[in-house]
Design a protein around this ligand. Structure first.
Ligand SMILES: NC(=O)c1ccc[n+]([C@@H]2O[C@H](COP(=O)([O-])OP(=O)(O)OC[C@H]3O[C@@H](n4cnc5c(N)ncnc54)[C@H](OP(=O)(O)O)[C@@H]3O)[C@@H](O)[C@H]2O)c1
Length: 288
């Protein structure tokens, strides 16, 4: 099995993905700035990248490292640049010094879209600094041997201090905290486990390009939350259904992030699941 350099291994997706790739027999080298991981590569140092790639000679670099706080990215675009774009500029620079280029699997976001979905890959229109920085990151590596996965995910987070959208809903209901779920924001997320399977497939198949990887349909965030709560037998009295327009958020959010996954399904010979199937998977996970 192949050697995989996993950037951002301490994050919500990284923690789950590392376990699944190891279980599939890959040699996974986990990068983080935190203690307790395999390598503390400085993602902003050209020389560190050159040394790391020469030493490890990974067959694949999976990039999950990112500044993911959307409002913080809006407040501080330099922070978004340093975390989301600059590491890939350094990686690109390091590629000039090595003979055998690794395959890059880069995780991007459905926030590169705006307007009415489902969106196809060609029609990008980011409406905030986070989406813009993620799109710029894609452009840095687009002509390298790369598979770029635009996605959105949920499920039980294994990472302390990081909660997914589904974690937040369940935790809030259980602690009787009043939350508002938006009836005017639509997405086509998938369960983290399904995403890990699809990333694993991308690593194995090495099909290059940019792909929407989400559920085959989608729904509003309010329908998502109510359906999940119902499957878990949780009361919904603390859930208020509202509009994102009521909130004074620093960063504008796209209202419809639903993605057309046809291209991914065709190129990878897979079917993407419906969002209801993915909610069922999450419910089983939380009940288990
Ligand atoms: N969460 C979602 O619902 C969602 C939706 C769509 C797309 N995505 C994308 O999926 C990927 C993984 O998301 P996630 O939610 O698992 O992320 P996360 O939990 O926020 O973890 C991100 C990782 O990036 C590293 N990181 C953060 N800021 C950094 C910086 N300034 N410089 C270098 N490294 C930095 C952190 O590692 P250390 O601090 O340990 O070094 C952390 O492990 C990201 O690329 C994100 O854009 C996420």
């Amino acid at each position: 099995m192949s050697c995989i350099l996993l950037l951002g291994a301490s994050g919500m997706l990284g923690s789950s993905l590392a376990i699944k790739l190891k279980a599939a027999g890959h040699d996974v080298i986990r990068q983080s700035r935190a203690d307790g991981y395999d390598i503390k590569l400085d993602l902003l140092s050209n020389q560190a990248w050159v040394d790391c790639l020469a030493k490890i000679q990974p067959e694949t670099v999976v990039n999950l490292a990112a500044a993911t706080n959307v409002d913080q990215c809006e407040l501080n675009p330099q922070w978004a640049f340093d975390a989301n774009i600059a590491p890939l500029l350094c990686l690109r620079g390091a590629f000039r010094s090595i003979d055998k280029l690794p395959h890059i699997v880069h995780i991007s976001t459905d926030q590169v879209y705006d307007g009415t979905g489902p969106h196809s890959e060609a029609h990008v229109r980011p409406c905030n600094s986070y989406g813009l920085s993620k799109l710029a990151a894609e452009l840095v590596i687009k002509d390298l041997p790369s598979t770029i996965i635009r996605t959105n995910f949920f499920g039980l987070s294994q990472t302390q201090g990081r909660q997914s959208f589904s974690d937040w809903i369940i935790k809030s209901i259980k602690s009787r905290k009043q939350i508002t779920l938006f009836e005017d924001v639509f997405f086509s997320a998938i369960h983290m486990n399904t995403l890990c399977e699809f990333i694993s497939l991308a690593i194995d198949k090495k099909t290059l390009g940019t792909f929407n990887v989400g559920s085959s349909d989608g729904m509003s965030k309010s329908v998502f939350g109510l359906r999940l709560a119902s499957l878990l037998g949780l009361g919904t009295s603390s859930i208020r259904i509202g509009s994102v327009k009521e909130l004074d958020l620093r960063a504008r959010r796209p209202l419809d992030m639903r993605m057309d996954t046809t291209c991914f399904q065709d190129k990878f010979s897979v079917s993407t699941p419906t969002l209801s199937t993915e909610i069922n998977q999450a419910a089983d996970e939380y009940l288990g």
